[in-house]
Design a protein around this ligand. Structure first.
Ligand code: 5GP
Ligand code: MN
Length: 318
């Protein structure tokens, strides 16, 4: 029924903005672009709006290179905004200015989703928002061509950590199989996403790994990197996705913490768990959110202060 409601609103709208959260990852770029391409086939006027730059690694997806970053969204005029993969309205950054004054559909899979839309299609069991996008596009009767399939496949592959996390279901693999039938070449996508890091990113990983620490009987690992360290390695914006995995993928570790100093006294934390700690609850305690096994938040304080706060919050669960 909710799919029908969404299709109904889409049918009534001609100018549609698809959007997602700041610091975009493969699922929000993939699910958003897939929906944009699909809606274009319905002759809608569609724009992908995001208050950030698209990471270089996802630029191979059709349409990703053409995304323009606007400085303000307040004066735009759309019939409908569709937020993809976004847990709350704040995560939209400045696109919030447009979202607040426009009909808003919220399509997501975060357990922490605040249901901020007029219609909320939140499927917590979906491995990726791209999986929901696939089902929506199919139920609209739109043909899934190779370009759309690659966008959806990228969303699924990145959010499941290449099909390794517990959110990977039989349905995830069935959809992946359908996407291969539609023309996706898995090895090509894996190569573009995972065997294509800029040298600077690996140097950043090397630098970050120097800070690796263990706590609580080696059940918690922590990596931290300062703004100065980042600036010394790269001039341009480097994505730091995956750095937390180095700390997580160690035997006996239950929780991995990655701290990145964004500016003086502003630290972005990424949290990952393996089997029993609910890191979404921890992140929510600091105003963030995410999933039970992967969550994040931004905390004010120095790297050392933020680390202490997070370790303290973890102590009760570990
Ligand atoms: P990451 O640690 O890779 O930034 O994010 C892990 C997961 O937590 C992703 O699903 C992401 O959307 C979510 N997340 C990260 N930071 C925040 C935040 O500040 N607020 C909310 N609501 N979710 C976040
Ligand atoms: Mn996602």
């Amino acid at each position: 029924l909710i799919y029908e409601q969404i299709i109904n609103v889409i049918n009534k709208s001609s100018k549609i903005a698809v959007t997602s959260h700041v610091v975009p990852d493969g699922d929000n770029v993939g699910s958003s672009l897939a929906l944009c391409h699909a809606l274009k086939k319905l002759s809608k006027h569609v724009t992908y709006l995001i208050d950030d730059n698209i990471p270089e690694v996802y630029k191979f997806l059709k349409g990703a290179r053409e995304v323009e970053r606007l400085s303000s969204f307040a004066d735009l005029d759309y019939d409908l905004v569709i937020a993809m993969d976004c847990g709350d309205l704040e995560r939209l950054g400045k696109v919030k200015q447009l979202a607040e004054k426009t009909r808003l559909i919220n399509i997501d899979h975060h357990i922490s989703n605040t249901k901020f839309g007029e219609i909320n299609l939140v499927e917590e069991n979906a491995s990726a928002t791209a999986e929901i996008a696939y089902k929506l596009i199919k139920s609209m009767g739109i043909f899934i061509d190779k370009d759309i399939a690659e966008c959806i496949y990228t969303g699924i592959v990145t959010d499941t950590g290449m099909f390794q996390y517990s959110n990977t279901s039989q349905e995830t693999h069935s959809i992946a199989a359908e996407l291969i039938i539609a023309g996706v070449a898995p090895a090509d996508i894996f190569n573009k996403i995972y065997q294509n890091s800029p040298k600077e990113k690996v140097l950043l990983m090397k630098e970050a790994l120097q800070s690796l620490e263990f706590h609580f009987n080696d059940k918690v690992s922590c990596i931290a990197i300062s703004k100065e360290q980042i600036d010394n390695i790269a001039k341009e914006d480097l994505d730091t996705e995956g750095i937390v995995n180095m700390a997580r993928d160690i035997a006996n570790i239950e929780v991995a913490v990655f701290l990145k100093e964004k500016e003086a006294n502003v630290v972005k934390a990424s949290l990952r768990s393996k089997s029993y700690v609910d890191v979404c609850a921890i992140a929510k305690g600091f105003g963030g959110g995410g999933h039970i096994r992967a969550a994040g938040c931004t905390i004010s304080g120095s790297l050392e202060q933020v680390k202490m706060q997070i370790l303290q919050a973890l102590q009760k669960q570990i």
